[in-house]
Ligand binder design. Structure first.
Ligand code: HEC
Length: 275
């Protein structure tokens, strides 16, 4: 416990060099933002992430890319063009790609195969900076997730390839690596951990995972944009000072498969609303 505690202090100091001086003005700002969040939560239709979901739907239907094709023939696992409930069954193994994919990896694949986009171009700077809107792929993923809202996570994970990916994710979640010697579980495998005022969800715990995993993609109030689950993984890897996590990579999909497996039976409520 002592070791864990000092590691968190190191993490907190490394991440927030100015963490120990919270000015009165910061406290006021924080209070005002909390009020804004509370207001957004009161009226679910006011979640700005829904605008990105709408943008995503339009993008799905628009002919784009070198092949001037829409994504309407993209098979998310339930047959070409079927979006309703598809997210609830992801990640899954796709025979055509011979790979297990989460929603974003699958979209990347469809953009490549149907629209002729180059993978390297799409994944380059795929995550938005603070204040910038979620990119096209993320907006489409937000719409797809929203089309499973109210449903429960029901990915089967019964194919050998799917079982393997979940096991790899489990391993990665618990494996210490990088210059800080952190694993995901350093921050996410105990009740009530915090970095400064930021609560750290206990993602190994099925009840906690059920509550939070279904909220992604989520509108993040502090950066005023939708963040996808791939973006969340990228950011947590960055917090661990690991090499940049490539969107759609095997590692990213394995982590998401592991989290989704833990959240099995949890309700999807996307886009969620985060701090
Ligand atoms: C140094 C501590 C730290 C490590 C290590 C870490 N995270 Fe996180 N994680 C955070 C913080 C802080 C947040 C909340 C970020 C925010 O809201 O701004 C977070 C948020 C998350 C969330 C979203 C939770 C929610 O509220 O919905 C997920 C999922 C997640 N992390 C997964 C992971 C995974 C998977 C790994 C390993 C690859 C990992 N984290 C490693 C600190 C960490």
């Amino acid at each position: 416990m002592q070791a864990l505690f000092s590691m968190l202090i190191v993490a907190a100091c490394a991440m927030f060099a100015t963490a120990n001086t919270v000015s009165a003005q910061d406290a006021e700002t924080e209070k005002a933002i909390e009020k804004y969040r509370a207001m957004l939560r009161e009226d679910p239709w006011s979640n700005p992430g829904l605008l990105d979901a709408d943008r995503g739907e339009a993008l799905w239907k628009t002919a784009r890319g070198p092949s001037k094709a829409s994504l309407e023939k993209c098979d998310l696992g339930k047959g070409p063009g079927i979006v309703d409930g598809a997210f609830a069954e992801l990640p899954r193994y796709f025979d055509d790609a011979k790979q297990v994919m989460d929603v974003e990896a699958r979209l990347l694949w469809c953009m490549e195969k149907l629209q002729g986009f180059t993978r390297a171009d799409v994944v380059k700077r795929i995550h938005p900076g603070g204040g910038a809107p979620v990119k096209e792929l993320g907006a489409i993923a937000t719409w797809i997730a929203n089309k499973s809202s109210g449903m429960k996570f029901a990915a089967k994970f019964d194919k050998p390839q799917e079982k393997e990916v979940v096991a790899v994710g489990d391993n990665l979640f618990h494996r210490r690596s990088g210059p800080f010697d952190f694993s995901c579980s350093t921050c996410h495998a105990a009740e009530g951990l915090r970095i400064r005022l930021q609560g750290l969800p206990f993602l190994e715990n099925k009840e906690a995972a059920k509550k939070v995993v279904g909220e992604w993609p989520a509108y993040r109030v502090s950066s005023t944009h939708v963040m996808t689950m791939q973006h969340r993984m990228y950011d947590c890897y960055w917090q661990m000072r690991m090499p940049e996590l490539e969107m759609g990579s095997d590692v990213s999909v394995a982590l998401i498969a592991y989290l989704t497996k833990n959240a099995e039976g949890g309700e999807i409520n996307a886009p969620g609303l985060k701090r």
